[in-house]
Design a protein around this ligand. Structure first.
Ligand SMILES: *[C@@H]1O[C@H](CO)[C@@H](O)[C@H](O)[C@H]1NC(C)=O
Ligand SMILES: *[C@@H]1O[C@H](CO)[C@@H](O)[C@H](O)[C@H]1NC(C)=O
Ligand SMILES: *[C@@H]1O[C@H](CO)[C@@H](O)[C@H](O)[C@H]1NC(C)=O
Length: 385
């Protein structure tokens, strides 16, 4: 065991020394790290190289997947010139077959300035599907963002939150807070972002500014709903003991992980990952208390069906986009290889359908008593429980 470690160390030192010995003062810059090209069409990427070419440098482009693209050139030679250069090379990428691939850019002699230069290429079958997918992306973003408002408007008009389950709301607040923390940390904290790229050298940051805006907006909207719950009539509704226990458990987990991260036992990136797992757990359980409450009350009055419609529209568009992309990029692995997004989307849609059935079939005609004075009935029910 020790001997092999020694050999490994010696080997890596031997491999490292010649690399660090050959230093070139040249820096590369790609106009984009990620491009999409349509089959039978080309897209151009600009590779700028600047600095001093104090030794000759050969730059090679290596496709990580065969038969997907054709590059206009796979090698660039830079002769040694002891003067500042600022050269631009146009690389044309032609789509051959749909798929996803990385193009690695390597140099000879090896230069560490080029170590993290790569190009992620998506070859799409159809430009129409490509645009459709983009439109779907915006539509589900809008639908999900808007889905918080029907409940807020409902509460405002009724001046009451009777019928909105407080467990559901508190799960939603905690879920959006954790999701916001995850997005902000990964997008705006250099320490965490660097750790991400250290682990996934050819990855792209999975968080976009849209995600931050979406989660922050969700947090504000749910907090606003919580304020409505304090202000408006609530008829003895409260967060149930079960939900309190679950939230306490989450709180204990997050705070112990926070301590581990603060004392450098755990990396902040892992801390954020654990936060996102708790968020996923919350997504799985948050609808249950509302469904049970509707069942107990035999009514969905006070629980906005508009939210559910926007949620289901968002969910369907999101899944549709995943399927279209999988077809267009001939990439079914990302859907079925990592089922979280797809599975959660389907799960939410199932719950939405269940709520729609509760609203329009099971408890379609609220009894007059409920409509007039549902708070009294609620008091009765809570007393009984
Ligand atoms: C691409 O061009 C080839 C040859 O011209 C043709 O056979 C193929 O159908 C084209 N593919 C698409 C998706 O347009
Ligand atoms: C670059 O490639 C050319 C031709 O393949 C070769 O003659 C030359 O020695 C290479 N230069 C370096 C610095 O490797
Ligand atoms: C560039 O300058 C360095 C030192 O200043 C020298 O060793 C090298 O030979 C020069 N190269 C050329 C191509 O002039």
């Amino acid at each position: 065991m020790k001997a092999s470690l020694l050999i490994w160390c010696t080997l890596s030192i031997l491999l490292v020394i010649p690399t660090s010995a050959s230093i070139t003062h040249l820096w590369p810059m790609l106009s984009s790290r990620e491009i999409t090209v349509i089959v039978n069409r080309t897209a151009d990427v600009d590779l700028a190289i600047f600095g001093i070419a104090d030794s000759a440098l050969n730059i090679t482009f290596t496709e990580q997947h065969e038969n997907l693209i054709e590059l206009s050139s796979s090698k660039i030679q830079i002769p040694a010139k002891n003067q500042t250069i600022d050269a631009h090379y146009l690389i044309s990428v032609k789509g051959i077959n749909p798929g996803l691939l990385d193009v690695i850019i390597s140099t000879e002699p090896i230069s560490k300035n080029f170590r993290n230069v790569f190009l992620k290429v998506t070859v799409a079958l159809s430009p129409v599907i490509l645009h459709l997918s983009m439109v779907l992306g915006w539509l589900y973003f809008v639908a999900w963002s808007a889905s918080f408002y029907p409940q807020i408007i409902d509460n405002f008009q009724r001046k009451s939150v009777v019928g909105l389950n407080f467990d559901y709301l508190s799960f939603n607040i905690v879920g959006s807070a954790l999701y916001t923390a995850f997005n902000m940390g990964l997008l705006w904290c250099p320490l965490i972002e660097n750790e991400y790229f250290r682990r996934y050298p050819r990855g792209l940051n999975p968080v976009l500014i849209n995600d931050v805006l979406f989660s922050l907006h969700a947090l504000i909207a749910t907090l606003f709903t919580a304020i409505q719950c304090i202000v408006y009539e609530k008829a003895m509704q409260r967060v149930s003991n079960i939900a309190r226990a679950i939230l306490l458990l989450f709180f204990l987990i997050v705070s112990s992980l926070l301590v581990l991260a603060l004392y450098n036992v755990m990396h902040w990136l892992d801390f954020l990952y654990y936060c996102s797992y708790i968020k996923l757990t919350i997504t799985l359980i948050k609808y249950i208390p509302q469904a049970v409450m509707n069942y107990r009350r035999k009514s969905t009055v006070g629980w906005s069906i508009g939210c559910i419609f926007l949620d289901i529209i968002g969910g369907i568009f999101s899944i549709l986009q995943m399927l279209l992309n999988a077809h267009n990029h001939d990439d079914w692995v990302s859907i079925f290889g990592d089922p979280t997004k797809f599975g959660l989307g389907l799960f939410s849609i199932c719950f939405d359908i269940f709520f729609i059935i509760q609203h329009y079939v099971f408890y379609r005609v609220p009894t007059p008593k409920l409509r007039e004075n549902d708070s009294n009935l609620d008091r009765l029910l809570t007393d009984k429980a």
